[in-house]
Design a binder for this molecule. Structure first.
Ligand code: URA
Ligand code: SF4
Length: 206
């Protein structure tokens, strides 16, 4: 059976998961990538943020959200009054998918097959971290966490409670979607919405 499952150790600590993920061959994305990008944040974190996949910078540094989208996210987290130490940051897909164009590597959206293949890692992270709230940053994260496609515009902001999930889920836009907006007003409104959605998630913490 394809997918990450056979590489995921049972009842593993976060450190064990991270080490095991280096050897994952659950889909073909590991091959052209520099390294796996697993997560940052302690197992004691109460709030879990799930992104799409590592980008170019993340692929090189081995840490999630260290590039431009990560800067927007960090600003929004600060604006929401959340301490960064409270966060566990991860991605639905743990290898960078890209197209090579000359010397440049252009981000390519992960396919549903990649999201499904990588899902066992996220499942194991739920077990290891046991978050009190989960934020899905964008459609890929929502597809992975909820197991189905959701329209961000309609699903965003309202906590969703689903059987089989360790915590309520707040869906919001991906920070890179904010970066792509051209008008200052649009970008400001989208940023404010991201901050509001993060506050909603923080409000779920016990
Ligand atoms: N975008 C993501 O979704 N995740 C990262 O780690 C970086 C950018
Ligand atoms: Fe394994 Fe996920 Fe990487 Fe695919 S993207 S090889 S499933 S860690």
């Amino acid at each position: 059976r394809p997918g990450a499952q056979r590489w995921v150790p049972a009842e593993a600590s976060l450190g064990e998961l991270k080490r095991a993920a280096e050897g994952c061959r659950g889909c073909e994305l590991w091959k052209p990538a520099t390294q796996v990008v697993f997560s940052t944040g302690p197992a004691t974190a109460r709030l879990m943020l799930v992104g799409e996949q590592p980008g170019d910078r993340e692929d090189e540094e081995g840490k999630p959200f260290v590039g431009p989208a990560g800067r927007v996210l960090a600003e929004a987290v600060d604006a929401a009054g959340i301490r960064r130490e409270e966060l566990y940051l991860t991605n639905a897909v743990k290898h960078f998918r890209f197209e090579q164009r000359g010397k440049r590597r252009i981000h390519a959206k992960p396919a549903v097959a990649h999201i499904v293949a990588c899902h066992p890692w996220l499942e194991a992270e739920f077990e290891a971290v046991q978050p009190q709230a989960i934020v899905c940053l964008g459609a890929t994260a929502a597809r992975s966490v909820l197991g189905r496609t959701v329209a961000i515009g309609r699903a965003r902001g309202e906590p969703l409670v689903r059987e089989g999930l360790p915590a309520p889920v707040v869906v919001t836009a991906h920070p890179s979607a904010i970066l792509r907006l051209r008008g200052d007003d649009d970008r400001e409104a989208a940023f404010a919405q991201l901050v509001a959605d993060l506050r909603t998630a923080a409000g779920l913490l016990r």
